[in-house]
Design a protein around this ligand. Structure first.
Ligand code: HEM
Length: 277
């Protein structure tokens, strides 16, 4: 055996592979952090202002099933859904910030309890809106069914993350908390995926913008939580016991996905959120 054959290049070392997978995850989280912070800002600047100034016409222009005269409980569900939307988005980002977990664990625990509770409220209020206003909420049967499945996944992940935290089984808690974060982010991924698609094509392709239905939307509705959840499972397995080449290819995949997210965040911010504020 020659000396050359025993020395492998630095980028094939387990150390580099570990650093690459961690670095890719940090890059992915940074794009999520910025994108979801902008989404929260949009919810506060647009919806909170509309609610505080009683601007019902403005609210209904963006949300066809926003305020409906005489539907007391439906309107309460919409208000709660919107108010908690910004809080859960900011709360999720806080939960994933490593320095809060390590330096202020009490804050992590309380934000975590609140996050689980709000996740349940979001799923139930969303389901209530779909069931009671199915003829006005956009998305049709496929969109409604898909987001209801997303809501059910959120409920399961919230209960499991909470249960394992109570039992102090922190390895399992972390996995379920990450699944919960990804499932909750499904609605955000939908907006990002939708705007990335529009930015690429420059016009509606694969769906009808009036009825808001079509093959592209059917796929998108399902993919926004199935695909990120599947990626999370792959990432967790590769991180725990993947080979060097699996870690390197996962890192490249995560970085590519992050660039798609950046495109979508840019499209959603410029094309959807900023013009409404
Ligand atoms: C948990 C995270 C969630 C967040 C952050 C969130 C956020 C929002 C926001 C901001 C809106 C207003 C529309 C917009 O400007 O984009 C909205 C609308 C809505 N959401 Fe959610 N949502 C979440 C989960 C859910 C779930 C799980 C369901 C269903 C089970 C749901 C059902 C709805 C419905 C039906 C609307 C009204 C859409 C319309 O009027 O056309 N949401 N949500």
């Amino acid at each position: 055996m020659t000396l050359q054959s025993t020395i492998s290049p630095w980028w094939k070392s387990p150390y580099f592979a570990e650093k690459a997978v961690d670095g890719a995850a940090k890059f992915w989280f940074s794009t999520i952090l910025i994108g979801q912070a902008i989404f929260s800002y949009y919810i506060v600047a647009f919806y909170y202002t509309a609610i505080l100034t009683n601007d019902i016409a403005g609210l209904n222009k963006v949300m066809p099933a926003g305020h409906i005269e005489g539907d007391y409980w439906g309107n309460i569900a919409v208000m709660g859904h919107i108010i908690f939307a910004a809080i859960i988005t900011i709360g999720g980002l806080m939960q994933l910030l490593p320095f809060i977990r390590s330096k202020i664990p009490a804050l992590h625990r309380w934000t975590g309890r609140l996050y689980v509770l709000i996740a349940i409220i979001m799923s139930l209020s969303g389901a209530f809106m779909i069931i009671t206003r199915y003829d006005k909420v956009i998305g049709g049967l496929i969109g409604h069914t898909s987001i209801m499945i997303n809501g059910a996944i959120i409920l399961v992940c919230a209960v499991m993350a909470f249960k394992f935290a109570r039992q102090k089984k922190f390895v399992k808690h972390r996995i379920w908390a990450l699944r919960l974060f990804i499932a909750v982010s499904g609605v955000w991924f939908f907006r990002i995926g939708f705007m990335a698609w529009l930015s690429i094509h420059g016009k509606p392709v694969g769906f009808d913008p009036v009825s808001f239905s079509g093959p592209f939307l059917t796929v998108l509705y399902m993919m926004v939580y199935i695909m990120p959840l599947a990626f999370l499972e792959v990432y967790l397995r590769v991180k725990a016991r993947g080979s060097v080449s699996q870690k390197l290819s996962t890192s490249i995949g995560v970085i590519l996905l992050s660039f798609i997210l950046i495109g979508g965040v840019f499209g959603a911010t410029m094309g959807m959120w900023l013009p409404r504020i």
